[in-house]
Design a protein around this ligand. Structure first.
Ligand SMILES: [Cu+2]
Length: 219
C-alpha cells in the first residue's frame, strides 16, 4: 500500500460510521386462516390505473406475514433516503420504514394527477398535488417517530404506510423474514408493527458478533 493509499484508507475509516457486528434476524408469522382480500375496484382513470388494484393491507403466504416493520428501538441508525413511487395508481412499495432524520421523496410515474396525502392519526402530515408524469417531490424530512398513512385524494384505493422508526428497521418480505445488521451488543427492545394488526414487543439480546433471532406472531 502506498502512502497515498494509506492516507485514503485512514480518511475513509474516519468518516465511516462505527461498524457493529451484531445482527437480528427472524420471521413474522400469522396464525389462523389465510385471508384472501378482494381487489379494490378502480373507479376512474382506467387507462392509467387498470380495472382493479390489489388490497395489500394483509398479505399472508403460507403463514408468513409481509409488510411488518421490525425495529430495534434506541440502537444507532443511519438516516436513509426513502422513495415512494406511484406506479399505475399504486404505491410502491406498500410499506416503507426508516429512522427519524431520514428523508422521503414522492414520485409520480403516471400520466394522471395524484394528490399524496400523509396522515399521522387524523392530522394531516403533508398534502401534495402531483399533476405531472415523472414529477419528483423535494425530499421531506421525517422528523417524528411513528406511522404515517399515505392516501391519494383522487384514487381512494391507493394506500401506503411510512413507519418512522426510533432505531434501525426492516420490512418483512413475502416470506415474513427480516434481518437488521450493524447492531451493537446489548439487550434491546424490538417491536414489530403491522398496519392492521398492531404491535408486538420483545426483548432481544444481541451478541457483539453474530446473529440473534426473534420471531413475532400475529393472529
Ligand atoms: Cu392517485
Amino acid at each position: 500500500m502506498s502512502a497515498r493509499e494509506i492516507g485514503l484508507a485512514l480518511a475513509l475509516a474516519a468518516c465511516a460510521p462505527p461498524a457493529f457486528g451484531g445482527e437480528l434476524r427472524g420471521a413474522v408469522t400469522y396464525a389462523g386462516p389465510e385471508p384472501r382480500l378482494a381487489p379494490r375496484p378502480v373507479t376512474k382513470d382506467h387507462e392509467a390505473c387498470g380495472q382493479d388494484q390489489p388490497d395489500e393491507s394483509l398479505l399472508v403466504t403460507g403463514g408468513r406475514l409481509a409488510n411488518v416493520v421490525v425495529q430495534v428501538k434506541g440502537a444507532p441508525a443511519s438516516p436513509a433516503a426513502l422513495v415512494l413511487a406511484q406506479d399505475r395508481c399504486r404505491y410502491r412499495p406498500h410499506v416503507l420504514a426508516a429512522p427519524v432524520g431520514s428523508t422521503l421523496v414522492l414520485e409520480n410515474g403516471d400520466p394522471v394527477l395524484h394528490n399524496v396525502h400523509g396522515y399521522r392519526g387524523r392530522a394531516t402530515a403533508f398534502n401534495l398535488a402531483m399533476p405531472r408524469q415523472g414529477q419528483r417531490s423535494p425530499p421531506r424530512k421525517l422528523d417524528r417517530p411513528g406511522p404515517v398513512r399515505v392516501a391519494c385524494d383522487v384514487h381512494g384505493w391507493m394506500a401506503a404506510w411510512v413507519l418512522v422508526s426510533e432505531g434501525p428497521a426492516a420490512v418483512t418480505g413475502k416470506d415474513g423474514s427480516f434481518a437488521i445488521r450493524g447492531l451493537p451488543a446489548g439487550t434491546w427492545t424490538v417491536t414489530a408493527w403491522h398496519e392492521r394488526l398492531g404491535e408486538r414487543t420483545a426483548q432481544v439480546t444481541v451478541p457483539a458478533q453474530g446473529a440473534a433471532t426473534a420471531s413475532f406472531r400475529f393472529e
